[in-house]
Design a binder for this molecule. Structure first.
Ligand code: Q46
Ligand code: ZN
Ligand code: ZN
Length: 344
């Protein structure tokens, strides 16, 4: 590593790290500044948050999970925005008890909000719908036994993460609508985005590819735009930022994450990065700047968004939203006697 920080000529400090895509050596203070500058640049370039209030009254809801990404996101946003735009945080309690995952996550998330003076809200999924991710996990295990092995589950039980993601997306949007937020900010980073892009490419899911990106805007009433201010920051950089800037977060992994096929894709991208420096950055940046506009133009959005779900009233493409349909399908199975053979 170079013996001197290269942030600007005058800095004589010893570098602590190399930036992954450029290999620029930086000292601790300038590494923190460089990451914050890149987040600020992304916010300005894509107009993620109107900080001057020209369009009138932005109000940002941050999806806070207690993990390094969202805790870092909230810390950096607080630093960049400096009270010019109101920020609040929502923690969604999805009920994961192994390793006290959910309980500890909420504690660190709440602590950060207290420290920054940011309003902290909680939605408890079990209180809302009567079951949570632990219950779904137990159902998955029963189905696995009932159908003699996981292979038979294909298409019947979609995996904990799929239900967890659906719940989080649903309640984030609902809370944002009910409380008049203008944007929902999530902690997705460059490594997540490159992995999702690769997965969608392998599945040739052009529809999903067209809808991804740093900002998701849907012109329908009742669907709040989602923004990803950490879109151009590698996961590795977020780990370092949270360490150097002392961002408290939960480092325990969710027990249900272990089987996700996305982890294999992420590892593969990490290996490619070793011999193609900046591969993920180039992939995601070129997608956002060049490929996404083409896909958006070529793939007409056939879905109409004027419908309101007949059950919950949220905006949906269908008669009933996918969240309500999922709850209706899963709830009876979860409540059924545990010895009975499941039948979804
Ligand atoms: S919490 Fe939920 Fe994650 Fe656990 S069940 Fe999967 S999605 S891994 S970020
Ligand atoms: Zn420096
Ligand atoms: Zn609904």
């Amino acid at each position: 590593m170079d013996s001197r920080c290269k942030f600007y000529k005058e800095c004589k400090s010893t570098p602590v790290t190399l930036i992954p895509h450029s290999k620029m050596p930086l000292c601790k203070r300038h590494f923190i500044k460089y990451i914050e500058d890149r987040v600020k640049k992304a916010i300005e370039e894509y107009n993620l948050i109107d900080m001057e209030g020209a369009e009138g009254g932005e109000k940002i809801l941050v999806a806070l999970s207690g993990g390094k990404d969202s805790q870092t996101l909230l810390t950096i946003l607080d630093q960049i925005i400096k009270r010019r735009v109101p920020i609040e945080a929502l923690y969604i309690e999805v009920g994961i008890t192994p390793e006290n995952y959910s309980r500890d996550s909420e504690v660190v998330a709440r602590k950060l909000c207290d420290k920054l003076g940011i309003p902290f809200h909680v939605i408890d999924v079990k209180q809302e719908i009567g079951f949570d991710i632990d219950d779904l996990h137990a159902l998955g295990a029963r189905l696995s036994r009932g159908y003699k092995g996981k292979r038979a589950l294909k298409g019947r039980f979609r995996g904990e993460c799929s239900y967890c993601g659906l719940m989080k997306r649903y309640y984030l949007n609902k809370f944002a609508v009910d409380n008049h937020f203008t944007k929902v900010a999530t902690g997705h980073n460059l490594t997540d985005e490159a992995t999702t892009l690769l997965s969608n490419f392998f599945n040739t899911d052009l529809d999903l590819m067209a809808r991804a990106g740093i900002i998701t805007i849907n012109n329908a009433d009742g669907l709040i735009p989602r923004i990803k201010p950490l879109y151009y920051i590698y996961e590795q950089e977020l780990i370092l930022y949270s360490y150097f800037a002392k961002v408290e977060h939960l480092s325990t992994e969710c027990e249900y994450a272990s089987d996700s096929p996305m982890l294999y894709l992420k590892k593969s991208l990490g290996s490619i990065e070793q011999f193609r420096r900046g591969n993920m950055m180039n992939m995601v940046r070129d997608y956002q700047r060049n490929l996404k506009p083409i896909l958006v133009k070529q793939i007409p959005d056939e879905k109409t968004v004027e419908n309101k779900c007949i059950k919950c009233g949220s905006t949906t493409y269908l008669e009933k939203c996918s969240f309500c349909k999922t709850v209706e399908r899963m709830a009876p199975q979860i409540n059924r006697n545990k010895n009975e053979r499941p039948s979804i």
